[in-house]
Design a protein around this ligand. Structure first.
Ligand code: SF4
Length: 351
């Protein structure tokens, strides 16, 4: 790790020494201390994000996807949660080796997060413009007037109409979709290299969801920012992501370029996710995945998905399937990945 001698803050490698990957998560495991003991919530998770790429991390609640993103940004709730192994490299710098001050510095300048609920991400008693301009005012030492101009620019960038007037509005005067645009404007105000958006459209209706996803995609491309989209909905991220990582029970169970995974998934859970959300398969009827995701404190033996899997066989109850190659740049953790890719997965009768 290098640090800026003037500030002591973490410095990323110079341009010509930079690795091809913007973000590399390698063997990351996270544990939480609970009343019932230590629970591993993220187990040996690895993935990488290239410069200017969009990666979708998919899974139901409890899959470990949001905890992974908090761990990447050094935002795990302390002291309950901690990284117990693995590394998180951002342009070659291992974020797990940084202290709190260095992480805060990086989070302000180069890493940004868009949270799922814009209502709670915004301060109800500050104007939207002040909130968008605040980071620039503090970190770039902009005057109040310059910060206001910056806020208007950012509001225009995320297509909030009538920005000059609405800059003085309070969050409650914005619709849900406009609030999420304001939160995205805040995240982009300092020109970060990496944005992690955790379920950025969950609270919004379908039309607004699509508008926000296209906006994120467009901004990601025009500004060359790396984007990690955390979602439970493959349909929502399908038009925006280049690659996908699917998580279940705290582990990665499938990964690869989005289109091949979408066209020919290699894990029954990915198939279940696609069938359980609208738009994922055109007019096909929605089929929810039977049962509920497991608690990380009480994972099933063998393949954690076996109690819900229509293809589960005896070995699935005892042997944890390793994550193995199933095609160019693709991995799956299913004993029967080849068969799933070739023949698909039968729809389980309801009940
Ligand atoms: Fe289903 Fe077995 Fe594959 Fe797990 S390993 S997803 S239980 S077929």
């Amino acid at each position: 790790m290098r640090s800026d001698p003037s500030t002591g803050a973490a410095a990323v490698l110079p341009h010509d020494e930079r690795p091809a990957h913007l973000l590399e998560v390698d063997g990351l495991s996270v544990e939480f201390q609970t009343r019932d003991g230590t629970v591993r919530v993220v187990d040996d998770v690895s993935f990488a994000l290239r410069e200017g790429e969009t990666l979708a991390v998919l899974g139901e609640s409890g899959s470990g996807k949001s905890v992974t993103s908090l761990a990447v940004l050094g935002l795990l709730p302390r002291p309950a949660g901690r990284i117990v192994s693995g590394s998180v490299r951002f342009r070659g710098t291992d974020l797990t080796a940084l202290d709190e001050r260095q992480l805060r510095e990086l989070r302000g300048e180069r890493l940004a997060m868009v949270f799922q609920d814009p209502q709670s991400a915004l301060n109800p008693v500050m104007t939207v413009g002040d909130q968008i301009g605040e980071a620039a005012r503090r970190r770039r030492r902009l005057s109040r007037r310059a910060a206001r101009a910056k806020a208007i620019d950012m509001m225009r960038l995320v297509r909030i109409p009538d920005a000059e007037r609405r800059v003085d509005d309070y969050p409650h005067q914005f619709s849900g979709g406009m609030r999420q645009r304001a939160v995205i404007a805040m995240a982009l105000a300092l020109d970060p290299d990496l944005v992690i958006a955790d379920e950025p459209t969950t609270a919004l209706d379908v039309t607004v969801q699509q508008q926000i996803m296209s906006l994120l995609r467009e901004l990601q491309q025009s500004r060359g920012v790396g984007l990690v989209l955390i979602s439970h909905d493959l349909g929502v991220v399908a038009g925006a992501a280049d690659r996908v990582v699917v998580m279940y029970g705290g582990r990665v169970i499938e990964s690869g370029p989005l289109r091949p995974v979408y066209d020919r998934p290699a894990h029954p859970y990915t198939v279940g996710l696609m069938r359980s959300v609208p738009e994922a398969e055109g007019d096909a009827p929605l089929v929810p995945i039977p049962g509920a995701p497991p608690s990380p404190a009480d994972l099933p033996t063998g393949c954690a998905f076996h109690p819900r899997c229509p293809l589960a066989a005896d070995r699935c109850r005892t042997e944890i399937p390793p994550l193995q190659p199933v095609g160019p740049d693709r991995l799956s953790a299913c004993h029967y990945a080849e068969e799933v890719q070739r023949d698909g997965v039968p729809v389980q009768p309801a009940g």
